[in-house]
Design a protein around this ligand. Structure first.
Ligand code: TMP
Length: 200
């Protein structure tokens, strides 16, 4: 049985990654997954994680994201890949490095060690970073009620974006950066040209 391809879509809130991940999953007959919250346990964790009214330290936030991810890998992602189904994911471990590491200031080496514990060797074949500046992303109009991350200070999303770009630059073989400012179809075309190189 050939293992499925594992492609992850990353970027700051409002970059358009969720729509592109869903589109790619449909186009390539892959399984669409998302984090946090893509399981019964995950949905409970997501509720707490996004609730701006529940104070939480950055380390607690990290560990809850990792608990969701560990469960997600074990019960959803890894079984699909092992059965030969490709997976298109809306966020994965780079989100924790970008948001909790670069954004909140949790030690990156500690987060990487905890990530190893949470997901073992289950790594994406490719991570597509849809890069956009926070101002443009915000102008696209997010949710009515801001969650914990959307209500963070203005520079938070600048730090998250810079973190993503640094990770992509350090590992160009596993990352693909797309300019997310253009129309949906234009961004889709650039992504599809790169994804054609992968076995689906
Ligand atoms: P979503 O809007 O893509 O569903 O993600 C919900 C929020 O959770 C988003 O603001 C990014 C944040 N997040 C982290 O801070 N760390 C993580 O590891 C993940 C998966 C998401």
């Amino acid at each position: 049985m050939t293992r499925g391809s594992f492609v992850v879509f990353e970027g700051i809130d409002g970059c358009g990654k969720s729509s592109q991940a869903r589109r790619v999953a449909e186009l390539r007959s892959a399984k669409f997954v998302f984090e946090p919250g893509d399981s019964a346990l995950g949905a409970e964790l997501r509720r707490w994680l996004l609730d701006a009214a529940t104070p939480m330290t950055p380390v607690t936030e990290s560990l809850m994201m990792l608990a969701d991810r560990s469960h997600h890998v074990a019960t959803v992602i890894e079984p699909a890949l092992a059965a030969g189904t490709s997976v298109a994911a809306d966020r994965f471990y780079a989100s924790t490095l970008a948001y909790q590491g670069y954004g909140r200031g949790v030690d990156l080496a500690d987060l990487e060690a905890a990530t190893d514990l949470a997901i073992g060797t289950c790594r994406p074949d490719l991570t597509v970073l849809i890069d956009i500046d926070p101002e443009t992303a915000r102008a696209r109009g997010a949710r009515r009620v801001e969650d914990r991350f959307e209500s963070a200070d203005a520079h938070f999303h600048d730090r998250v974006r810079a973190g993503y770009l640094e990770m992509a630059e350090r590992d160009p073989g596993h990352w693909f950066v797309v300019d997310g400012r253009g129309p949906f179809e234009e961004v889709a075309g650039v992504i599809d040209a790169r994804l054609d190189d992968l076995p689906w």
